[in-house]
Write a protein that binds this ligand. Sequence first.
Ligand SMILES: Nc1ncnc2c1ncn2[C@@H]1O[C@H](COP(=O)(O)OP(=O)(O)OP(=O)(O)O)[C@@H](O)[C@H]1O
Ligand SMILES: [Mg+2]
Length: 248
Amino acid sequence: MKTVAIYSSKGGVGKTATAVNLAYAASVSGQRTLLCDMDSQGAASYYFRIKAKKKFNSDKLLDGDIARNIRGTDFSGLDLLPAHFSFRNLDLALNELSKKKRRQALAKLFAPFAEEYDILFLDCPPNLTLLSENIIEAADILVCPVVPTTLSLIALEQLLKLFKKLNADRNKIIAFFSMVERRKSMHLATMDKYSKYPLFLKTFIPYLAEIEKMGILRQPVGATARQSPAARQYEKLWQEVLQRGEPV
Ligand SMILES: Nc1ncnc2c1ncn2[C@@H]1O[C@H](COP(=O)(O)OP(=O)(O)OP(=O)(O)O)[C@@H](O)[C@H]1O
Ligand SMILES: [Mg+2]
């Protein structure tokens, strides 16, 4: 099993849209896929019309009580661990663990699923905290959506800084441009300047109304219209992530 975290400390950059659509693309290509919604906002769970059981919470997650909380989605080969509102306390709970266990807790939790799934996706909350350190530790690949604007790039710089502090392998980081609006000169100029860096994939995700509409239709774009521009672009993104990260 390879773990792919969709991560940025910046909010609203398209992490959840990416996690949902890449997980769907992976499952369609035959990978046994588990998507874990790590964000207490529960947006990924919402897109699949799934709610966590009332009894599930952040303590149970950290106790490893995961298997019975995983739910099947409407799509074959794609399961979901829904977020619970209490996940907002994950950082506090992680902080209470011994120093030795604190950073590896998440990686240990998902290790028992290594035989059952080919790919584990983590939809991450917009944080730069102990939970983020756990995510970095657990992930084989960190896919980072970057809106081609200054603040989004700063988030990427902060991530690189955190990698340095943790002495983590920065080859894990794969960035791509997200929510691109070609009519905005700043977007074009930023992409022009940064796309030469090997950190960035060639594929980018444009700002598309059909991606926004996922909030109404509540399913991955490929499930609504397989041949739509958005579905094709996410498929292309997944193929490039696979090529770059060789996760399978
Ligand atoms: N490529 C896109 N084109 C148009 N709308 C998009 C695109 N990507 C995401 N959106 C919309 O932008 C909003 C934010 O996207 P999303 O929830 O995926 O971001 P996020 O990084 O997960 O946010 P958060 O940090 O709050 O978790 C959502 O309403 C989503 O539908
Ligand atoms: Mg999100």
